[in-house]
Design a protein around this ligand. Structure first.
Ligand code: SF4
Length: 315
């Protein structure tokens, strides 16, 4: 698949693992490339300017070591053949540390999919992968080999996990491994898989999870703060998580800290930075200045006291 010049490919299209959400392991006669064959293809597409980058993953037809060796060989041959474009390599579960280091050397970004929030949830959807040794230990090696250049992914809705479990996972991940981002892949039930009749992940759930992720990753919200976005059963409340965690506290933008400003719905890090610059000379911040700074007053007004005046009603 090519999207914006970014090609997504599988080196081996078949897999001997049994992840319940995945259609790859059940495909008969799935295509498979020899490393040189794939490298030649990528180099010729690159030379013809038909691609700008490649996301390369692989199934595991036999054992993890062989699949990872093939992935590294393909990437090595591509680089030698002149492919200097963006390369994202997906590390396979159980990969050797030396192979992970080599993948990090060859690629712009590497990742390993954790697939589930913890080992109990993973055991509900995959019997072959060991969460602790095949995934978490490798994840730590990936993080060490490519600091700031690695990501991970979980499947949302495959193992009946609650949003609260996902939020706990999210905080653990960013604190422990500092990935550049986490991908939340909503379950799409595929025909012929054990989850064919499962409910697909709802788009609203996915939007809310990504919104909370941004609060944690970009704004530095703590786990206690994001817990306010959950209902008693551990699911995200309807609506914008940033509004749901804001409570009824109002701030004065003339004296608020950056951390206080970015916690107001309608004020992002850029707008907060501009407000702080504007008031540098001890100036009292006005509504006009807030608009000029990029504040969305329709959302932010209720949480602001400007010139002694409350700007709107919360809720
Ligand atoms: S290891 Fe990857 S490719 Fe293989 S079945 Fe699991 S998700 Fe699919």
């Amino acid at each position: 698949m090519v999207k914006g010049g970014y090609l997504k490919m599988l080196l081996h299209g078949r897999c001997s693992f049994d992840c319940a959400y995945c259609g790859i392991c059940r495909r008969e006669n799935a295509p498979s490339f020899a490393p040189k064959e794939l490298a030649d293809l990528i180099c010729s597409l690159w030379k013809e300017s038909r691609i700008t980058g490649l996301f390369l993953s692989t199934g595991i037809p036999r054992d993890c070591g062989k699949s990872m060796d093939d992935l590294i060989e393909a990437a090595t041959l591509m680089r030698r053949g002149g492919f200097t474009g963006y390369l994202h390599l997906k590390v396979v579960p159980g990969a050797l540390r030396t192979d992970i280091n080599e993948a990090a050397r060859l690629a712009n970004r590497i990742s390993i999919n954790l697939e589930a929030v913890d080992k109990d949830r993973l055991s509900e959807i995959a019997s072959v992968k060991n969460y602790e040794s095949d995934l978490l230990r490798r994840h730590a090696w990936v993080a060490e080999a490519a600091p700031g250049r690695h990501t991970t992914q979980i499947v949302v809705g495959a193992a009946d996990e609650t949003d609260g479990e996902i939020l706990s996972f999210m905080h653990r991940e960013y604190q422990r491994f500092a990935p550049a981002s986490i991908y939340y892949s909503g379950l799409t039930p595929l025909p012929g898989t054990p989850l064919a009749r499962a409910a697909p992940a709802k788009p609203a759930r996915m939007r809310s999870l990504y919104a909370v992720d941004a609060l944690v990753r970009e704004y530095g919200y703590s786990q206690d703060e994001t817990a306010a976005a959950l209902d008693e059963e551990g699911n995200l409340l309807p609506g914008d998580p940033k509004i749901n965690v804001s409570g009824d506290r109002r701030i004065d933008p003339s004296s608020a800290t950056r951390e206080e400003l970015i916690r107001v719905p309608g004020i992002g890090p850029k707008a907060a930075g501009r407000i702080i610059c504007m008031r540098g000379a001890g100036q009292v911040v006005t509504e006009k200045m807030l608009r000029e700074a990029g504040v969305v007053m329709k959302r932010a007004g209720a949480y602001l006291v400007v010139g002694g005046r409350v700007q709107g009603r919360i809720g």
